[in-house]
Design a protein around this ligand. Structure first.
Ligand SMILES: *Cc1c(COP(=O)(O)O)cnc(C)c1O
Length: 364
């Protein structure tokens, strides 16, 4: 077989391990497995969403409304933008794919922070583009501008809050980078965890509307995290109409299922559920901070629904993650990102109790 050459340099994305795998490999009962690996909403899904999914079950034989009018309408009123500014993807991941295909080619390059969302690199490599990274995982103005001037990348990725580190970049700092680059470089602002950052500190709150004045900027959001719809695969991109129209050329028809559409529409209208999720999260994340302080290791101050524990040299993230897995606790080892660190999604109180119990035993 003659494959596309670009594949030689692509590593397959390693998703958080599913509960089913732990059940199969270690014979642990599914109900005893605690999954804190993929930044899903630990409370689950809003009852209004479940109702919407069930009441649409009898429409499974029909293609969905490909205009996605109702969802775009709900998002347009939430963010005070127009329907023409919005494109929907099967997760914001799919919008990232549309962007890469619309902008990149084998002479192009992209710029991102040292440690950030792995899919930026994978989509860029699929297009044969070159990858440049800054020295720090934080989004530092000077580092970005130096690399920008040197490489003139087609795309700059600003992930705020950043995954897998959990830190955020202020709105002021993001706007500083955006205004300093030329219009022929696209800036992607990935706000997958923005709901958590906005609730923690208004300085970090960025809305799509803040960026709509720039023709070369797109904001990405997702229903997978705070909205509790990871299994439904719905995300969105918001930008100026001209760029959004170009992205539509990359979109396959019916890219969101009927049930996913119904779920996202209901989720968009249920602010109480998101508020409740964030309130629980803010309470529980304090336990992770206290645990780290009491046990003498450091963590990155988090603006997301996960926390990143930084381990000293006398601890090995791979060993600890493997030991936890055998006990039915799934977390994310960051060794593949070049960090001796663990990323743990903040769970419910009961899930976090289980985590602390096993983690305490594993680290001694
Ligand atoms: C989770 C995540 C996404 C997208 O998730 P989807 O489920 O595809 O919407 C995008 N960016 C970051 C940084 C994420 O963590």
């Amino acid at each position: 077989m003659r494959y596309n050459k670009v594949l030689e340099d692509i590593k397959i994305y390693e998703a958080g391990k599913p509960i089913e795998l732990v059940v199969r490999e270690f014979g642990i009962d599914a109900k005893d497995v605690v999954k804190l690996a993929s930044n899903e909403n630990p409370i689950g899904t809003s009852p209004a969403v479940e109702k919407a999914i069930i009441s649409n079950a009898n429409k499974a034989h029909l293609y969905p409304d490909d205009s996605m009018f109702e969802l775009k309408d709900a998002l347009a009123s939430r963010f005070e933008v127009k329907e023409e500014n919005i494109i929907i993807g099967a997760g914001s991941d799919q919008v990232l794919e549309f962007i890469s295909r619309a902008v990149l080619h084998d002479k192009a390059s992209v710029l991102m922070s040292a440690v950030t969302f792995a899919m930026y690199e994978i989509y860029a490599k699929q297009m044969g583009a070159k990858i440049y990274r800054t020295a720090s995982y934080e989004h530092k103005f000077d580092e970005f501008m130096e690399a920008y001037r040197m490489y003139k990348p087609e795309i700059i990725y600003l992930c705020t809050p950043n995954n897998p580190t959990g830190d955020a970049t202020s709105k002021e700092a993001v706007l500083e980078i955006i205004t300093a680059v030329d219009k022929d470089t696209l800036v992607v602002v990935d706000g997958a965890y923005m709901e958590y950052a906005s609730a923690k500190d208004a300085k970090y709150a960025i809305t799509p509307n803040d960026l709509l004045g720039f023709e070369n900027v797109i904001y990405l959001g997702t229903f997978s995290k705070a909205y509790g719809l990871g299994g439904m695969r719905v995300g969105y991109g918001i930008g100026q109409q001209e760029f959004i129209s170009e992205l539509y050329k990359m979109r396959p028809p019916f890219n969101i299922s009927t049930l996913s559409l119904a779920a996202a529409i209901a989720a968009c209208k249920d602010d109480d559920f998101v508020a409740e999720s964030i309130a629980l999260h803010q309470e529980e994340i304090q336990r992770y901070e206290t645990f780290a302080k009491e046990n003498g290791f450091s963590y990155i101050d988090s603006y997301t629904n996960f926390i990143t524990y930084l381990l000293e040299d006398n601890m090995d993230s791979t060993k600890i993650a493997d030991a936890l897995l055998k006990r039915g606790v799934i977390i994310r080892n960051l060794a593949s990102y070049g960090m001796n660190a663990l990323r743990i999604t903040i769970g419910t109180k009961a899930q976090n109790d289980v985590f602390f119990k096993h983690f305490s035993e594993v680290i001694v």
